[in-house]
Design a protein around this ligand. Structure first.
Ligand SMILES: Cc1cc2nc3c(=O)[nH]c(=O)nc-3n(C[C@H](O)[C@H](O)[C@H](O)COP(=O)(O)OP(=O)(O)OC[C@H]3O[C@@H](n4cnc5c(N)ncnc54)[C@H](O)[C@@H]3O)c2cc1C
Length: 377
């Protein structure tokens, strides 16, 4: 029986483990953290990703702890509504706590195939193309195929594509989860000058939020402290934004990075999946959604063509164009959202205001309506 090793137990790696298991592959997941875990923040899971979970018959497990977006707004920093929409698709547009999504995925997998505390340290291929993996805990395993689902800083990507550094896009982002007195189903993105704040519903009055600022990469919030700094930057913004930060016990900060989209996601071994292959800024909320789609496509291709170079190339051909377009459009939306010049920011706001709401949403519809489970591999 051929063996597949997945390096990385994030959303991409775990979804791939489920799709592969369902098609009868023997597959193990190796994760460097001592437990499978996600950061304490929200994630949007759009209908295009939920269609994969529906196909895998795990939709109910995933939706159990999700909040549905019923009314979404684009606003100015003072609260003027520039655009509004009520998402209507065959499946809901939802947000959830990352840990809940990970738990729903872990539930589908036999514990004997999950290996936390395994950080890949070395990898080489045998003459027959199969792989030998070494982990920092001293374990060594052989696998017929290695899937690199090890995130944006992927060590396996480095093996294939060399030492490229991810690109910093000029702004930092804070995020957290807060209890807020808002209608359940409320979502918004508020636009300022060089700053934005997004709010999405999770469940039971909990909302995920994120806030941005044009800053240098890795800038520390000390000595002011993150909470005080955010309260200062967003003190004049519309409600409930100034209250967000005191209601959030733990705030995470990231510098936003991605890579220019390029193909070449595999040699005969390994093949890259998710952020390791196509990292994107989060402005369209599609990074994990694309990893979920990719897991589905890769499995379908391996199932049809066997573990082979051909299968890996067909997976990439089916997925690359979409990931490239989303990555580029996400970058552009981020640039638009972070405009600092008052004139440029006002023109952007005017653009959203005068567009019929339907037109503003069309760019998103294109991505949300996509059904990867209908793709003929
Ligand atoms: C601020 C922000 C907001 C976002 N919001 C959204 C959103 O709303 N919707 C959405 O779809 N996407 C969103 N994304 C993107 C999403 O988080 C990523 O695209 C997604 O997590 C990628 O999943 P992955 O499994 O490919 O990689 P990761 O989630 O990065 O997982 C990689 C895993 O590999 C492990 N690993 C790394 N190296 C090794 C090694 N050497 N050995 C073993 N294990 C290793 C890591 O510990 C990790 O668990 C957002 C991203 C950011 C930064």
């Amino acid at each position: 029986m051929k063996k597949i090793a997945i390096i990385g137990g994030g959303i991409g790696g775990l979804t791939a483990a489920i799709t592969l298991k369902n098609k009868g592959f023997t597959c193990d997941v190796y994760e460097r953290s001592p437990v499978f875990e996600e950061v304490g923040a929200a994630i949007s899971v759009w209908p295009n990703a939920l269609r994969v979970f529906r196909k895998l018959q795990i939709l109910d497990d995933v939706l159990e702890n999700c909040g549905e977006i019923k009314e979404a707004y684009i606003k100015t920093s003072t609260g003027k509504v520039l655009a509004r929409t009520q998402p209507v698709y065959d499946l809901p547009a939802v947000c959830t706590h990352r840990a809940d999504l990970l738990a729903a995925l872990l539930k589908q997998l036999p514990p004997e195939n999950l290996h936390p505390g395994h950080e890949l340290s070395d990898f080489y291929t045998h003459a027959d193309g199969s792989a030998h993996l070494k982990f920092t805990n001293g374990k060594e395993v052989d696998a017929d195929l290695v899937i690199g689902a090890d995130g944006i800083h992927s060590a396996l990507r480095k093996k294939i594509k060399g030492d490229e550094v991810p690109l910093f896009r000029g702004y930092n982002l804070w995020r957290g989860i807060a209890k807020l007195p808002l209608e359940q189903g409320y979502a918004s993105e508020s636009l300022g000058r060089g700053n934005r704040v997004g709010i999405v519903p999770i469940r039971d009055g909990l909302f995920g939020w994120w806030a941005t600022a044009n800053e240098t990469q890795g800038l520390s919030d000390e000595p002011e402290s993150t909470h005080e700094k955010l309260k200062r930057i967003f003190s004049t913004w519309h409600d409930p934004i100034p209250q967000l930060f005191d209601n959030t016990p733990a705030i995470i900060k990231n510098s936003l990075i991605d890579r220019a989209p390029t193909g070449g996601w595999s040699t005969a071994n390994p093949v890259l999946l998710g952020d390791a292959a196509h990292p994107t800024t989060p402005n369209l909320g599609q990074g994990a959604c694309m990893a979920i789609e990719g897991a589905y496509l890769l499995t379908e291709s391996l199932y049809k063509y066997g573990i082979s170079d051909r299968a890996l190339k067909i997976y990439e051909q089916a997925h690359f164009q979409r990931t490239k377009e989303i990555t580029n459009n996400s970058l552009m939306l981020g640039w638009l959202g972070q405009l600092q010049n008052p004139l440029a920011a006002n023109l952007r706001n005017l653009f959203f205001y005068v567009q019929p709401d339907k037109v503003s949403m069309q760019i998103l519809d294109k991505y949300f309506n996509y059904d990867v489970t209908n793709i003929e591999i």
